[in-house]
Design a binder for this molecule. Structure first.
Ligand SMILES: [Zn+2]
Length: 95
């Protein structure tokens, strides 16, 4: 993924989660305006999304993800636990 194309998910001014205010059709350039909260997965940083995708693509193998990113098993385990806590908090704010 190109750095310029990363979707910002946090306000650079106050650090609150951003909403989607505008969508555009790449085919006919029609624009839609509104105020839509991002789905929980998209509120995560690009790095966190990539980390979760790695788990999905290795059928949830901590061992394999650790090997892929060159970290130890406990490091990946801790990162996963932190991310699970973050997602649970994000889900609560959307209930
Ligand atoms: Zn269109």
């Amino acid at each position: 993924m190109n750095i310029q194309n990363k979707l910002p998910v946090v306000c650079p001014s106050c650090a609150s989660s951003l909403n989607v205010a505008q969508l555009a059709c790449p085919n006919c350039s029609t624009g839609v305006s509104g105020n839509f909260p991002l789905p929980v997965f998209l509120q995560l940083t690009a790095d966190e999304q990539e980390f979760i995708l790695k788990f999905f693509l290795t059928s949830g193998s901590i061992k394999e993800v650790a090997a892929q990113i060159g970290n130890s098993y406990p490091t990946v385990r801790n990162r996963l636990d932190d991310l699970i806590e973050k997602v649970k908090k994000l889900q609560k704010t959307h209930e």
